[in-house]
Design a protein around this ligand. Structure first.
Ligand SMILES: Nc1ncnc2c1ncn2[C@@H]1O[C@H](COP(=O)(O)OP(=O)(O)OP(=O)(O)O)[C@@H](O)[C@H]1O
Ligand SMILES: [Mg+2]
Length: 233
């Protein structure tokens, strides 16, 4: 569903990603781990075409992202949860969700029906639908950002550190919801700092260090691997 093949990226003259090859197959939950500054967000931006690969290929559901353009991704069935949530603070929760819904052109079910589904999946935001997003707590904003990505029923969701800044209880809740989405058939690429929690719900994982894939494998193997531990703990 998502394929990065031998990708290099750079910011100006500074190289960032080097030879990154990463695959997320249909139905998988894949976790991308790595220390601060390793290039995880750069990988997210490259996967959605905001940052152009200098070398290599980026394909989403068989489409070359460079040719497709970022704005077409939602219609293709890709939901994005960017770093820092990026909600519209002056708009209400419903209006933020509406934007996520409207980004998907080929929508089957009606908005109200989808809104109802999201309210059931995220009971915390049900009573806050008419509150402006900027006045929500950090945890509530995190839930709205995920609901906005899910409301168009994407086939693939890419999440960049969605649990950052959440309390341990909310992190647990967030991971349960992520697991539930995956169980219902959505393919997930989860970028995480909580390596252990991420790997516990993932099928496979990649560890990015200084712009390169330092290790990859089945999540269970990474969890018990000494090298993996030395890289991310
Ligand atoms: N627009 C930019 N221009 C120049 N350098 C950048 C730009 N964006 C990111 N970088 C640099 O690229 C490196 C990787 O950044 P990136 O945001 O991908 O890391 P990350 O793995 O997501 O880190 P974190 O865990 O802190 O979110 C960092 O050193 C960062 O300063
Ligand atoms: Mg980042």
């Amino acid at each position: 569903m998502l394929e990065l093949a031998d990708v290099d990226t750079a910011y100006g003259a500074a190289p960032m990603l080097r030879n990154v090859t990463l695959n997320v197959r249909a139905g998988e939950l894949v976790c991308l781990l790595g220390p601060n500054g390793a290039g995880k967000t750069t990988t997210f931006m490259t996967a959605c075409g905001v940052v152009r690969a200098q070398r290599g290929k980026v394909r989403v559901m068989g489409n070359d992202v460079a040719a497709l353009g970022t704005e077409k991704l939602a219609a293709l069935g890709v939901g994005l949860v960017p770093e820092g949530r990026r909600l519209f603070p002056g708009l209400t929760v419903i209006e933020n969700l509406r934007l996520g819904y409207d980004a998907v052109s080929n929508r089957g079910p009606k908005f109200d029906l989808q809104l109802d589904k999201m309210s059931n999946l995220f009971p915390r935001i049900r009573e806050r639908l008419r509150q402006t997003a900027g006045t929500l707590s950090g945890g509530e904003q995190a839930m709205v950002a995920l609901a906005r990505a899910l409301i168009g029923e994407p086939k693939l969701v890419i999440m960049d550190e969605p649990s950052l800044g959440l309390s341990p209880k909310l992190i647990g809740e967030y991971f349960e919801i992520t697991q539930e989405i995956h169980r219902r058939g959505t393919t997930v690429l989860l970028i995480e700092q909580n390596a252990e929690m991420g790997l516990r719900i993932a099928d496979r994982g990649y560890i990015l260090v200084k712009g390169r894939v330092a290790q990859e494998g089945p999540a269970r193997e990474l969890l018990s691997s000494k090298t993996a531990k030395s890289l991310y703990l």
